[in-house]
Write a protein that binds this ligand. Structure first.
Ligand code: ADP
Ligand code: MG
Length: 566
């Protein structure tokens, strides 16, 4: 029990650091069990992994806040943040040197994601965290360790897990907000909308390195004709802009807030915490940001819809390259998003290849079609919607090429959005240079590729997948670069993708399933058994947060050893 642990730690004082290993095991404290799952081998190794396991009755969180999966995710997120805050408070208030106190828990950003940091089961609530066991040189600081684990830790737990000590209003608000957000996302489908932005939403962020809301920002307000009001489960109603399926063009001068709006829509696939400003910015959950990403690897992607007649007769129905150009990378990103079932594409001129997006009438006159391999997106965006039912929201501030095909044209004017569809259509209709037969175009073929197991046969030490921050997964010595996946928002999602790939290659790939089907198998396993089940460790599973299908498949697509059948 806790007393025995305390005296064991005191006895370890001054011994070789490795002796900490003996601590592995489970200890009964007053209000919880402490499981020490993994002990670090030296003071500089990643900190030791532990769990607090508390009865739900002890914690006392009302059952009606925990009676659905969505509610549990909201509560678990809240407790993770509360535990993190509580660590800070007790670290600063401790009598001992706070530099010796290293207690860590996963740190969620502005999004509320399903995570392994707090898991709430039918009877128990589990918190997964790490403790850096204190040392002087390579000797154990046993007294300090005892103070941390048996003194400070229980206080942290009491403050952040017992309902009586929690910010109860804040908790209720978060649960009810998540339910409202989930509801709006459902209503989008029923009303044939692809996105919703509430009046009053704060879209811009504090800075390039802070995801908090910008103070003093101009709140969003919907053009009158796009206003919709949605009744929410919380009993409130929210009014804002509903963006309909189809093609939505966002125009406006530079620095007027176009990219900021699109970025908010990108993040709208996730739920946000109260106070974020984007709580009521909700996008279809399968929306995919599409950008140019030159230099990326492409493996047998059918980009023939956009690119044909390449010099040297390179086959674009199964196009491979280790160093894609801006336009080929953007074409591949579109095709891969469609392969992973996106029903909405989000495109910003700032991160697009111009020759992929537009080719104006003058250039068409100068260069014969059979000399230009690229069919620009402007000629495919309408067939994409008509044939495949995939909508697009795109920013193009410098060309009117999309006026003909856009279902609505919205102008950002000093951070205020106006509907200018009629004016844009008039201009398009009166233009002598207007495009001819764009709507006759078919979208073209979307291939469903089959990944091969043999792409994942590294040997020995190289056969390990490990995330390094948000944007890289190391596969042995080989980095998989994920910086192009702008909707991957959290380090723990990247961790999760790494273990999902591990599960995929060992348990799913059989050289017959398509990429999309293979993901669905992994997802089914996660749904049935929880994120924990993906972890190679028993006990503390590491910090995992659920990624979307689009980012998981996106990561595979960026693996340079990826092999495709055929
Ligand atoms: P654009 O894409 O039209 O060039 P951005 O979206 O990049 O413009 O925005 C330009 C700047 O304006 C950014 O610094 C952004 O933070 C700020 N901004 C965007 N929207 C607002 C707003 N609603 N209120 C105040 N500042 C904003
Ligand atoms: Mg911009």
């Amino acid at each position: 029990n806790a007393e025995q642990l305390k005296s064991a730690l005191n006895k370890l004082d001054g011994q070789k650091y490795g002796t900490y290993k003996q601590l592995k095991g489970t200890y009964q404290f007053d209000r919880f069990k402490l499981a020490i799952d993994h002990v670090q081998v030296d003071p500089y190794a990643p900190p030791s992994k532990m769990r607090i396991i508390m009865n739900r009755d002890t914690a006392g969180i009302p059952a009606e806040l925990l009676d659905s999966k969505d509610k549990i995710i909201a509560v678990a997120d809240f407790l993770t943040r509360a535990f993190g805050e509580s660590i800070k408070k007790h670290k600063n208030g401790a009598k001992m040197n706070s530099k010796n106190i290293k207690i860590l828990i996963d740190r969620p950003g502005e999004e509320i994601l399903e995570r392994t940091s707090v898991v709430i089961g039918e009877h128990e609530l589990e918190v997964r965290f790490e403790v850096g066991l204190p040392a002087a040189g390579r000797r154990i600081l046993g007294k300090a360790a005892a103070d941390i684990i048996t003194g400070i830790l229980p206080k942290i737990a009491d403050d952040s897990l017992l309902y009586q000590n929690l910010d109860q209003k804040g908790l209720e608000k978060q649960v009810s907000l998540v339910l409202d957000q989930m509801h709006i996302r459902q209503v989008l489908n029923q009303k044939n909308l692809v996105a919703f932005v509430a009046n009053g939403a704060i879209l811009p962020r504090n800075s390039g390195v802070s995801d908090k809301p910008l103070e003093g920002a101009v709140p969003f307000s919907s053009p009158d004709n796009l206003k919709v009001t949605i009744d929410l489960p919380s009993g409130n109603a929210v009014t804002g802009m509903g963006i309909a399926e189809g093609i939505t063009l966002i125009v406006g001068g530079g620095y007027h807030g176009k990219s900021t709006l699109l970025q908010a829509l990108e993040r709208g696939v996730y739920n946000h915490v109260p106070g974020d400003g984007r709580e009521m910015v909700i996008t279809r959950s399968d929306a995919a940001k599409i950008r140019a990403e030159d230099g990326r690897n492409i493996e047998k992607v059918n980009i023939s819809t956009f690119i044909n007649n390449l010099p040297a007769k390179k086959d674009t129905r199964a196009f491979s390259t280790e160093n894609a150009s801006g336009s080929t990378s953007q074409a591949a990103n579109v095709m891969e998003a469609l392969e992973s079932d996106a029903s909405l594409l989000l495109i910003d001129e700032d991160t697009s290849a111009t020759n992929f997006m537009i080719r104006d009438a003058r250039m068409q006159k100068l260069i014969a079609p059979d000399k230009e391999p690229i069919t620009p997106f402007s000629e495919k965006v309408k067939p994409l919607y008509d044939d495949e039912n995939v909508s697009t929201i795109l920013i193009v501030g410098g060309s009117g090429d999309y006026f003909d095909v856009a279902d609505q044209v919205l102008m950002m004017d000093e951070y205020r959005l106006k509907d200018v569809t009629d004016a844009a259509k008039e201009i398009a209709a009166s233009d002598a240079d207007k495009k001819g037969n764009m709507s006759d175009e078919k979208f073209g073929e979307i291939s469903q590729r089959i990944p091969l197991k043999s792409g994942f046969s590294k040997s020995g030490k190289d056969d390990r997948l490990k995330a390094k921050g948000r944007t890289t997964i190391m596969y042995g010595k080989e980095p998989i670069e994920l910086a192009g996946l702008e909707q991957l928002v959290d380090d723990s999602q990247t961790n999760c993708i790494a273990v999902m790939i591990d599960y995929l290659r060992h348990n799913v790939l059989d050289d017959t399933l398509t990429l999309s089907e293979a993901f669905d198998q992994v997802y089914k396993h996660m749904e049935r058994n929880g994120l924990d089940a993906l972890s190679p460790y028993s006990g503390h599973p590491g910090n995992l947060a659920r990624p979307r299908k689009q980012e998981f498949i996106g990561a595979l697509n960026r693996y340079r050893g990826f092999k495709i059948k055929g």
